[in-house]
Design a protein around this ligand. Structure first.
Ligand code: URP
Ligand code: ZN
Ligand code: ZN
Length: 469
């Protein structure tokens, strides 16, 4: 069966072409000028539309156990919602908890995902217990296609690693060529401010944003970079939110270090103000926190995306309900009267592509090629999936989205597909709408309807990063 996407404008990270895309066996087999005589089995008309590589979200947490509950989206609901929003690959985080083998943690996450995903998926590994066995398992995991490891300078007593543990893991990553993904916030210092705020009776969600100071993200980023430098590891800073942290990344890259970073839509579009309004602010509690707009963080992040000081936009999708979740019960409300007990995380996997298209391309902050680069191509290269994923080229998987740049729609929890009872962008009007989504050549979303089934998505063993400086 062949499929032809006809009359659209094909955009990759480097090109914009008036071309028809011929698909066979789940892959792109030709990019054709308009004057051809191909008669496919199936045709999709993309007149007036953009034909783009499917989005790759390299930072999601489906079913993450966190803060006394679980992230509300399963691999089934979360990947279906991703597909609706034009994301055709995710890289989620498998978890090694204290005292557990990393390999066993990865196997558990493979089990959660197997047969349930709407789109293809890979895994990073959260290394929550660095010891001799874990270091050996890091190498084994690389052979299984888990080529990146997330470490936390935040969350003491949960996922936190001290500098010695980080050095040991980085030494191993440097040896194997794998990547260390770092949650860069000084959790030890932050916890002092948390306790002091609570002692003063400052319990509302807004204080989550106030105590997690941006300078402590900058400090942690600096330390992570220096530890990466001394060990020779490749470092990827996740969910970067603060200008102080971006300055550290810029300096490191100017010094020629293998340092990269992502930011997320919430840091580009939302701010500390959203954490106000009493307990409503719990919707926006994530770490790092939303930053003070007046301090210029957002503008600096956009600038970083334009200048390639930031290379990727991911979501850090980690939804928790405001009301009771049917299976997990109380979620955000766990933090009534104590902001430090609000499960950290926000929904977003469904919104990323349209938010960045609207706020980036439609509003003139970035061009179309850069949009593709930061949402699909560089994510694929960063985590060893290119050119199978992340572009439209002969031999690539036909993970393709058709986006109408003129169509508008309004984001709402009433219409989204994520299993969470609120939207962080409720009522926002988007210009630019993902209309059709193909995964490996099959239309899985069109006419606002899902045509796939759980298990269409398969595990992607990944290679090493293709983004070294
Ligand atoms: O608040 C967040 N970001 N929750 C998810 C876990 C993490 O730190 O990425
Ligand atoms: Zn994190
Ligand atoms: Zn995360």
């Amino acid at each position: 069966m062949t499929t032809l996407i006809r009359n659209g404008t094909v955009v990759t990270a480097v090109e914009k072409m008036e071309a028809d895309v011929l698909i066979d066996g789940g892959q792109v087999v030709a990019l054709l000028g308009r004057q051809h005589t191909v008669t496919p089995t199936e045709e999709i008309d993309a007149t007036g539309k953009l034909v783009l590589p499917g989005g790759i979200d390299v930072h999601t947490h489906m079913e993450l156990p966190f803060g006394g509950t679980f992230a509300a989206d399963t691999f089934e609901t979360g990947t279906r919602a991703a597909a609706f929003g034009g994301t055709t690959t995710i890289i989620d985080f498998a978890v090694q908890t204290k005292g557990q083998s990393a390999m066993k943690g990865w196997e558990a996450w493979m089990e959660k995902a197997r047969g349930n995903c709407a789109i293809d998926y890979g895994f990073h590994m959260i290394t929550g217990d660095i010891n001799d066995q874990t270091l050996k398992e890091m190498e084994l995991l690389v052979h299984e296609g888990v080529t990146s490891f997330k470490m936390f300078m935040a969350y003491p007593g949960v996922f936190y690693s001290d500098d010695g543990e980080i050095v040991r893991a980085m030494q191993k990553a440097a040896e194997d060529g794998s990547t260390i993904c770092m949650h860069a916030e000084n959790g030890i210092a932050i916890d002092v401010y948390v306790q002091q705020a609570l002692d003063r009776g400052e319990t509302d969600p807004i204080y989550h944003g106030i105590v997690r100071k941006s300078i402590l993200e900058g400090e942690a980023a600096h330390r992570a970079i220096k530890l990466a430098q001394v060990t020779g590891a490749q470092l990827y800073i996740v969910h970067l939110s603060a200008r102080e942290a971006l300055d550290e990344v810029i300096r490191a890259r100017d010094d020629g270090l293998n340092v990269h970073a992502e930011t997320c839509p919430q840091y580009l579009f939302l701010s500390l103000d959203d954490l106000g309004n009493g307990f409503e602010g719990a919707k926006y509690v994530a770490s790092p926190p939303l930053r003070d707009a007046a301090a210029g963080h957002q503008d600096r992040l956009w600038q970083g995306l334009r200048t390639n000081d930031l290379q990727v936009v991911s979501t850090d999708h980690c939804p928790f309900c405001m009301g009771d979740h049917p299976r997990f019960g109380t979620q955000k409300q766990l933090g009534q009267g104590d902001f430090s007990k609000i499960p950290n995380g926000m929904p977003g996997v469904e919104n990323r592509m349209e938010l960045i298209f609207n706020g980036g391309v439609s509003e003139g902050r970035i061009g179309l090629n850069r949009f593709v680069e930061i949402t699909a191509t560089t994510p694929a290269k960063m985590f060893g999936l290119y050119p199978k994923k992340g572009t439209i080229a002969v031999g690539s998987d036909a993970d393709i989205i058709i986006l109408d740049p003129e169509a508008t729609h309004v984001i709402s929890a009433d219409t989204h597909h994520m299993d969470v009872d609120y939207s962080a962008y409720e009522g926002w009007e988007m210009k630019g709408r993902v209309e059709t989504v193909l995964s490996k050549g099959r239309v899985i979303v069109s006419d606002n309807t899902y045509h796939g089934q759980p298990g269409d998505g398969v595990y992607l063993p990944r290679g090493l990063s293709q983004c070294l400086i």
